[in-house]
Design a protein around this ligand. Sequence first.
Ligand SMILES: O=P(O)(O)OC[C@H]1O[C@H](OP(=O)(O)OP(=O)(O)O)[C@H](O)[C@@H]1O
Ligand SMILES: O=c1cc[nH]c(=O)[nH]1
Ligand SMILES: [Mg+2]
Length: 209
Amino acid sequence: MGNVYVMDHPLIQHKVSYIRRKELGSKDFRAMVGEIAMLMCYEATRDLKLQEVEIETPICKTIGKELAGKKLAVVPILRAGLGMVEGMLTMIPAAKVGHIGLYRDPDTLEPVEYYCKLPADCDEREVFVVDPMLATGGSSVEAIRMLKDKGVKNIRFMCIIAAPEGVERMKKEHPDVDIYIGALDEHLNSHGYIVPGLGDAGDRIFGTK
Ligand SMILES: O=P(O)(O)OC[C@H]1O[C@H](OP(=O)(O)OP(=O)(O)O)[C@H](O)[C@@H]1O
Ligand SMILES: O=c1cc[nH]c(=O)[nH]1
Ligand SMILES: [Mg+2]
């Protein structure tokens, strides 16, 4: 059964408050989204399995620990998820990266697919799906369905801001997926935007509005 984790680390909370400010420009917004992703990655990988390994230091042989089991992959939901990739790779540089392109139709709020390129062995990997915003949940539910269709079994979802509506939908549709949230907000407005939120994450990262 998947769990929902809302980050309580002071650095994450501080940086999330910072990127909510409407006066923050794209350059600083983008940099901070990357920093938040890095800190969230650190928190969301706490339970990765370790195995013992014999190593030799300049002094003697000893037993150390290394990551065991499945290799990792990061899959951003385009566009806004791209802002989290570098931070994730700072923490887990050996991870492969897949891309899922979805945009939300502004009228229906339904996700529209336009791209999918995944690592060939993604079904053998533990996959971190990243997107700064979980609003209605339509995009993340669809992205995870696409991964499951390719045989991926171990999936975690990471977002910076979530609405309760999206969290409930994810729990219902993908009860096996752990969800990591930077901040859990109040509700969605009539246009499907998170309140208080931070506006349109993709536009703010790429300066398109
Ligand atoms: O939970 P949902 O209701 O599906 O909304 C969340 C989605 O909306 C945003 O993407 P958007 O459609 O704005 O595309 P963009 O990243 O290209 O801006 C966001 O980055 C999520 O992917
Ligand atoms: O508040 C929201 C909702 C969906 N997508 C965003 O970028 N922001
Ligand atoms: Mg957008």
